[in-house]
Design a protein around this ligand. Structure first.
Ligand SMILES: [Zn+2]
Length: 287
């Protein structure tokens, strides 16, 4: 059964570790992430962007697939199914379809409008026991066509949104989506510390987890980050393993063209990435 992310993140904040959100794209992705979380006895959050939602034929298809997989694979660790960077309308659709968690990304609205829409979703999700992530300060890079500049959030605005009763808060601290450029100045721990001071026990979310050095991840967790989003890194690992399989001509040997064989190295590569992240984030054996 899918669960809200509230309990797993409250425990993570108290226990000084973080829960990974791994974005899914298809059956292979979902299976690889669920199996790895189960093997490591870790809670896990499956992220779905609106674009990935369309790709997988709508939110109901995803809910059906994930619920079926939890049963079929005998998954017993806590699993939250979460909309990533949702619009207001997208969040409502996911709630209706059976998601257990949603993010409303109102960071591109003026703060007053972000507050109004977030407040309405706090009411709706609260009644249903669904967790809600809000965002202040656009996160850089590009995610599904939404381009942010990597700004640092205003800690006072973070407190205003946190006080509305959201479950978790994403705040820009110089992080960006996708690969980090060579001249990236790193995370702004000063901003993170100021946000944490103002928002207290609120679990903070770090987006753009791909390529942030391990020591920065550890420091971010020390400063109150309880959820870390990983997307691009699984994509890169999957693509590299698939490329190698094809370049070695394995698809031309015997039944190497069978999709279950062709996609297997990519699945193993996703599993290895997820395993490494769960170890780094410290959520193993915290289910
Ligand atoms: Zn993000």
């Amino acid at each position: 059964m899918l669960v809200s992310a509230k309990e797993m993140l409250t425990k993570a904040k108290e226990g000084h570790y973080a829960v990974g959100q791994f974005n899914i794209n298809n059956l292979e992705w979902t299976k690889a992430i669920l199996q790895t979380a189960q093997e490591m006895n870790s809670p896990v959050i499956l992220g779905v962007s609106e674009g990935a939602g369309k790709y997988m034929c709508g939110y109901k298809t995803i809910v059906g697939m994930v619920n079926g997989m939890i049963e079929g694979l005998g998954i017993t660790v806590p699993v939250a199914l979460h909309l990533d960077h949702g619009s207001y309308e997208g969040a409502l659709k996911c709630i209706e379809a059976g998601f257990s968690s949603v993010m409303f990304d109102g960071s591109h609205y003026p703060i007053e409008e972000n507050i109004e829409k977030t407040k309405e979703l706090v009411r709706i999700t609260g009644e249903l026991g669904i967790s809600l992530e809000a965002e202040v300060g656009a996160i850089g890079g590009e995610e599904d066509g939404v381009v942010g500049s990597g700004e640092c959030a205003d800690p006072a605005e973070c407190k205003m949104i946190a006080d509305l009763g959201v479950t978790m808060l994403a705040a820009g601290i110089g992080n960006i989506h996708g690969k980090y450029p060579a001249n990236w100045p790193g995370l702004s721990f000063e901003t993170l510390d100021a946000i944490q001071q103002k928002t207290g026990s609120m679990p903070l979310v770090l987006h753009g987890g791909t390529g942030i050095p391990a020591d920065m991840i550890k420091k971010a967790i020390d400063l109150g980050v309880s959820k870390i989003n990983v997307n691009t890194e699984c994509q890169l690992a999957f693509a590299a393993a698939t490329r190698q399989y094809v370049e070695e001509g394995k698809d031309l040997q015997g039944k190497g063209f069978d999709p279950r064989k062709l996609l297997a190295p990519g699945v193993e590569a996703i599993k290895a990435t997820v395993r490494e992240k769960i170890e780094l984030f410290g959520s193993a054996n915290k289910a």
